[in-house]
Design a protein. Structure first.
Lengths: 407, 257, 271
């Protein structure tokens, strides 16, 4: 018996194992959801057809068989997606004759890939990540830009004196990696620093422990999530919760490098189909109606999300609902409508910002089909006609008291 | 030497055929990169960014090497103690088995919170823990599984237990040690790599793979995977060479009759 | 002819060995064994499986304790004899260490006795020359045939020059031709060194060819049933074909079948 060929086979097997393990540990669930590519609406087409142009109130026509629709979220159930949960809970989707299933996301789930492969009818995704997918061949279209502002902050203890990106120099700057680091890089580059040499970049876990432990100087945080986490933590020096005065924040909107975030994406190919177009219109209208309700009824929507099984506490959800509202409202042109200048800014940052590998998010301009305001505008018209305010010009955020641990 | 070359070509041929089939599939079926990048795209990314590949591989490889060394040292030490003291054996073996069952993805966040996340320490610790078990299990087997006739021989020569350990058990255990190393070395690379998914410095292969995958840049992600495979293979080959040098008797040919 | 105790290689009286005493699987491996081996004598132990021959050898070697009885090896207790290296032993497996060269395997007992390197090497080469394997000193055990490995094992057993050799079917795994060659080797070594040898075997011709006396044992319980003296004089290749050889072989065979030719003899010199 010779050992050598066996060893070569063993080596080759270990090659496959290393490769498979490395990728499966972080790859998306794309392979699992690649089965269904046919639109679910085909069977319900006949029942959806008789619904003529929706008149004054959003869809009151008879609904025999609701069309099944799936929505892939970007993360787990939380107030960041309250509009959709509200639309489902309050019957707005039902009124549009839609039976919506909301699919929670996670670390390994890439929502735009799920959408592109037919694993869902719609997906929520940040624009830069979706642009990257589009460039790699995923055919998706932005049909409603829900979040008008970026919610990304860099949070640090006040005594570090980090108030702008220029203050990052020589500090340990945390970011989440996984493609969420570009705004940080863009701000660093814009401030004239070299990310590789002038800043020590550290990947954070999805909690604020590293900041609170002093292991990093500034942590990446979302206004509606991680920032609340530090305010829900007990300050060992005082024995009470931390207050906003204990921290400095660097707002990437103010740094001028903000990129569009949460938006509703649809399948570009299926948009050629009139039935899917109708489906998209109904979905967008009902979803935006949900967001309008959450603007005016923050506590109710926070409770709806809590009931949907979120792991975060009640005060944390209310905080999140309120902060998300601040990102959506006011929407000067109307909720869900894309501002061309901000889109250009997003594209510019995506084209020019290099990360540590010297790679940019995209290498070329996105195609024209990357976004459309058609559905958002029609939804605004429909909702305004129904007596709802779609710009939120009178919106005022509420005051939220956080409890320890977000409960 | 010729025989060894002759034994290489079948797996190499199969690998080449597999890559060709993959390339053909992507081209003919027009599969977009976000679903499945082609070997040519991956190779292109690999060579274009070769210095990045090398840098990331060096970083992760260093973590893996440190973890491998610590884990091996602890594993060998534990095996020696466990062979000598049955109490230690009864204590360590279930503990080691339990630790081996904890997946890397569960260990890492815990260690990240216990130790400074901005340093290499949590990753090296994860690797050390993962490496410990195969080394411990194999070395103790090698120390214990000596032929009864050899033990009788040693007793007939009035050898003390210390002498038996030095003269018989330890040399006997060397091939077993290398069996453990052949498992542990590629495992160390995998552990160091996977541990990078959970935070910390972002220069390594794991961080790069995750980051590029999240940005749908699968061509580059797979290029880093290729670098990871090469690193793992390198570790494995070094172990094999080490074994040939230290313990030539383990690959002995059939005895002449 | 009288012999003094110190002249005797082995003096065993009333040796019993019981395994698992008092339990359901109790086995009497040795029952009331009396055996005397004189200086320079070659004694074979022969019998079917379970007759206790290997157990008896191990009791003599102090590799296992006797349950009962008195035992003197080389004029001292078995344990002392082992501690003072008064015997060398060879088993059916050569049990050479793969990680050592042939010479270093032969050096092993000397190493354990604390001999310095130069003395060890010289003695090892001497022994290898005696078994005609000097050319293979730097080879590895696996490069040698089975017969050659056994010769190395025998060389090793002679390393400390003990007065007694214990051998447990050392040629059992070898083919017939190699076996006969090895038997000649062993007799030659014995003639050169004058050692006492206790030799366990399954083979009747082998026992007869090699021994001064053949001790026949039978199982359940293990005991000595007969002792056949063999007087064939100087052994050579013709001996195997001699009439007297076949007579002795027949005598042993009959004894094994349970038809003893003469009552069990235990003492030297009594025929």
């Amino acid at each position: 018996m010779r050992h050598t060929p066996r060893r070569r086979w063993a080596a080759l097997t270990s090659v496959a194992v290393v490769g498979a393990l490395a990728l499966t540990a972080c790859s998306s669930s794309s392979s699992s959801s690649s089965s269904s590519a046919a639109p679910e609406s085909s069977a319900a087409e006949s029942s959806a057809a008789p619904e003529s142009s929706a008149a004054e109130s959003p869809a009151a026509a008879e609904c025999t068989t609701p069309t099944p629709v799936s929505l892939q979220l970007q993360w787990v159930a939380q107030a960041q997606f309250a509009g959709y949960y509200a639309a489902k809970e309050l019957g707005y989707y039902d009124e549009q004759c839609l039976d919506v299933t909301i699919l929670e996301g996670g670390v390994d789930i890439v929502p735009q890939t799920v959408l592109a492969q037919g694993g869902a009818d719609f997906a929520i995704s940040w624009v830069p990540k979706a642009l990257a997918s589009i460039e790699q061949g995923a055919a998706i279209t932005n049909v409603a830009q829900v979040f008008q502002r970026s919610g990304t902050l860099q949070v640090s203890f006040a005594d570090k004196g980090i108030t702008t990106a220029a203050d990052f120099k020589g500090k340990k700057i945390g970011n989440w990696g996984f493609g969420n680091e570009y705004e940080v890089f863009a701000a660093i580059t814009k401030a004239g620093l070299d990310p590789a040499a002038d800043v020590e970049l550290v990947q954070q876990q999805f909690d604020m422990a590293a900041l609170l432990n002093g292991e990093i100087d500034a942590a990446e945080a979302m206004t509606y999530n991680e920032y609340a986490q530090v305010l829900e933590a007990i300050n060992p020096a005082t024995g009470a919760l931390y207050t906003p005065e204990d921290f400095n924040v660097v707002d990437y909107n103010e740094e001028g490098v903000a990129m569009y975030q949460d938006a509703i994406w649809a399948s570009t190919e299926r948009l050629a189909d009139p039935a899917y177009q109708e489906l998209t219109q109904k979905f967008v209208t009902a979803s935006l109606q949900g967001w309008i309700h959450c603007r005016d009824n923050a506590q109710e929507c926070a409770d709806i999300v809590l009931a949907a099984g979120t792991k975060l506490g009640a005060s944390h959800q209310l905080w999140q609902m309120n902060e998300v509202n601040k990102l959506i409202w006011p929407s000067p042109a109307g909720v869900g409508i894309i501002d061309a200048a901000l889109w250009e800014q997003t594209v510019a940052v995506a084209l020019t910002t290099k990360n540590l590998e010297g790679a940019t998010i995209i290498t070329g301009e996105p195609p024209a089909e990357a976004y459309t305001n058609q559905f958002a505008e029609a939804a605004n018209a429909e909702l305004t006609a129904a007596g709802l305010n779609t710009t939120g010009d009178a919106f005022a955020p509420i005051a939220v008291t956080l409890a320890e641990g977000g409960n | 030497m010729g025989a060894r070359l002759r034994s290489i070509w079948p797996p190499v041929l199969i690998a080449v055929l597999a890559l060709a089939a993959w390339q053909l599939l992507v081209v003919v079926r027009n599969i977009p990169p976000y679903l499945l990048p082609s070997p040519s795209l991956i190779a292109g990314n690999f060579f274009k960014d070769i210095s990045l590949m090398w840098g990331a591989a060096f970083y992760t490889g260093t973590s893996a090497l440190l973890g491998l060394m610590f884990g091996t040292f602890l594993g060998v030490l534990a095996a020696l103690l466990a062979q000598r003291f049955i109490v230690v054996n009864n204590l360590i073996t279930p503990l080691a088995a339990g630790l081996a069952a904890v997946p890397i993805i569960a260990l890492t966040p815990i260690l990240n919170n216990m130790f400074n996340i901005t340093s290499r320490t949590p990753r090296v610790l994860v690797t050390t823990i993962i490496v410990f078990f195969p080394i411990f299990v194999n070395v103790i087997r090698g120390l214990v599984q000596v032929q009864p006739v050899q033990l009788e021989l040693m007793r007939s020569m009035n050898a003390s237990p210390r002498t038996v350990l030095r003269i018989l058990r330890i040399p006997n255990a060397i091939p077993f040690f290398f069996t453990g190393m052949k498992v542990a070395a590629p495992l160390a690379v995998i552990a160091a790599l996977v541990a990078e998914y959970f935070g910390g410095p972002q220069e390594g292969l794991g961080s790069r793979i995750a980051s590029n995958a999240a940005n749908t840049a699968y061509g580059r992600a797979w290029a880093y995977v290729a670098a990871a495979i090469i690193t793992g293979l390198l570790f494995y080959v070094i172990v094999i060479l080490l074994e040939r040098w230290v313990a030539p008797w383990t690959s002995r040919p059939r005895p002449a009759s | 002819m009288t012999t003094t105790t110190s002249d005797l290689a082995v003096q065993a009286q009333g040796i019993w060995k019981v395994f698992n005493a008092g339990l359901a699987n109790e086995v009497t491996a040795l029952q009331d064994i009396d055996l005397v081996v004189g200086r320079g004598e070659f004694v074979s132990l022969i019998g079917p499986s379970g007759c206790g021959k290997s157990t008896l050898l191990r009791v003599i070697a102090d590799l296992t304790d006797a349950t009962q009885g008195s035992l003197q090896v080389a004029g001292m207790s078995a344990a002392q004899a082992r501690q003072e290296q008064r015997y060398g032993i060879a088993f059916q497996q050569a049990a050479l260490f793969d990680w050592r060269t042939v010479r270093r395997n032969v050096e092993l007992p000397l190493e354990l006795q604390g001999w310095d390197k130069g003395r060890r090497q010289a003695r090892a080469m001497e022994l290898l020359e005696m078994v005609q394997l000097a050319d293979f000193a730097d080879h590895r055990p696996w490069e040698l045939s089975g017969g050659m490995q056994q010769r190395v094992a025998i060389a090793r057993s002679l390393a400390v020059d003990p007065p007694l050799l214990l051998m447990d079917e050392p040629f059992g795994a070898l083919d017939e031709m190699t076996r006969e060659r090895m038997q000649n080797e062993l007799l030659r070594i014995r003639q050169e060194t004058g050692k006492s040898i206790i030799f366990v075997t399954h083979s009747i011709p082998e026992a007869v060819y090699l021994s001064d006396r053949v001790v026949v044992m039978s199982p359940r319980p293990g005991r000595i049933t007969d002792v056949i003296p063999v007087s064939l004089g100087e052994r050579d290749d013709d001996t195997r074909e001699a009439e007297s050889f076949f007579e002795s072989v027949t005598a042993v065979r009959e004894a094994l079948r349970g038809n003893p030719s003469s009552p069990a003899r235990a003492r030297v010199g009594e025929v």
